[in-house]
Design a protein around this ligand. Sequence first.
Ligand SMILES: NC(=O)C1=CN([C@@H]2O[C@H](COP(=O)(O)OP(=O)(O)OC[C@H]3O[C@@H](n4cnc5c(N)ncnc54)[C@H](OP(=O)(O)O)[C@@H]3O)[C@@H](O)[C@H]2O)C=CC1
Ligand SMILES: Nc1nc(=O)c2c([nH]1)NC[C@@H]1CN(c3ccc(C(=O)N[C@@H](CCC(=O)O)C(=O)O)cc3)C=[N+]21
Ligand SMILES: [Mg+2]
Length: 284
Amino acid sequence: MAATILYGTEIAKDIREQLASEVEELKRKGIVPGLTVILVGEDPASHSYVRGKARGCEEVGIRSEILLRDASISEEELLQMIEELNENPNVHGILVQLPLPSHISEKAVIGAIRSEKDVDGFHPVNVGNMMIGYDALLPCTAHGVVEMIRKTGTPMEGKHAVVIGRSNIVGKPVSYLLQRENATVTMCHSRTVNLRHYTRQADILIVAAGRAHMIGSEDVKPGAVVIDVGVNRIESGKLVGDVRFDEVKEVASYLTPVPGGVGPMTITMLLKNTIEAAKNLAAR
Ligand SMILES: NC(=O)C1=CN([C@@H]2O[C@H](COP(=O)(O)OP(=O)(O)OC[C@H]3O[C@@H](n4cnc5c(N)ncnc54)[C@H](OP(=O)(O)O)[C@@H]3O)[C@@H](O)[C@H]2O)C=CC1
Ligand SMILES: Nc1nc(=O)c2c([nH]1)NC[C@@H]1CN(c3ccc(C(=O)N[C@@H](CCC(=O)O)C(=O)O)cc3)C=[N+]21
Ligand SMILES: [Mg+2]
């Protein structure tokens, strides 16, 4: 039986309509949610993602600005910019696009963002609160992944979820949020021996390794929910996931495409966080 394809674009559309009406309501109270994205350097992929974020903001009525800086910017200058945005009452969300040039410390930059404005959910205060289960701005990709699985109606409780990838921006937060849903979670990474041994046991398989087409039908348990987070540009110029879509769609129960799967959900969760940050800051 062929998988149901989970179109992030469609799921995101419903959520964005809801977000647009929340923005309307805030605007009636005189609050215009605002997101500032800092983009350092010329990486074309980063520029493309940031454009997607700005488009999303426009769609739901969030004011957004992109501050472009040359790759030669110093860490000190970047920290100074963040300090000003921390103090600016019209800015509710601050996002510094990663990766940064190697002469700038990601740790210093993320740590400098006021945690209430950290709409990526990458600040140690938000990460810690998420882990403990307290209120926090949640990391967008991980949150988007869990919302997509929820949308399938498949209960996560008691299911074996296998996550490939342990990065701070995707793999680790996905694993925490799935545990919050009472899944049993196994983490795999580049040093995992016999990866297939684990992936074949997964009721829910999250693939976030950044390796084009690494997962095929032999790696997947029949009927599994498969979420492909990978976004890879291959030689032909095509954008592909970490999963061999045409194969895996024949064995999975649900499968996300790339593009049009997790990516649009990531952006939608960023919009949601920006609105939440605006509400929280206004209530202080
Ligand atoms: N759709 C979206 O919204 C988003 C998509 N992405 C995409 O998701 C992918 C992952 O991103 P990110 O987490 O930042 O990437 P990182 O490179 O930071 O992390 C990759 C992780 O995958 C593991 N890994 C790499 N190769 C293998 C392998 N052959 N077998 C098993 N594990 C492996 C690494 O292991 P180790 O720790 O041992 O090195 C690491 O933990 C990328 O394609 C990225 O473009 C990212 C963010 C958002
Ligand atoms: N501070 C920070 N926050 C991030 O959230 C962040 C980051 N840095 N650095 C890079 C990764 C990557 N990422 C993506 C978001 C959306 C798509 C997305 O919407 N992709 C579209 C296709 C986009 C295209 O066509 O290029 C899709 O999958 O349909 C992809 C990747 C966010 N990241
Ligand atoms: Mg990374």
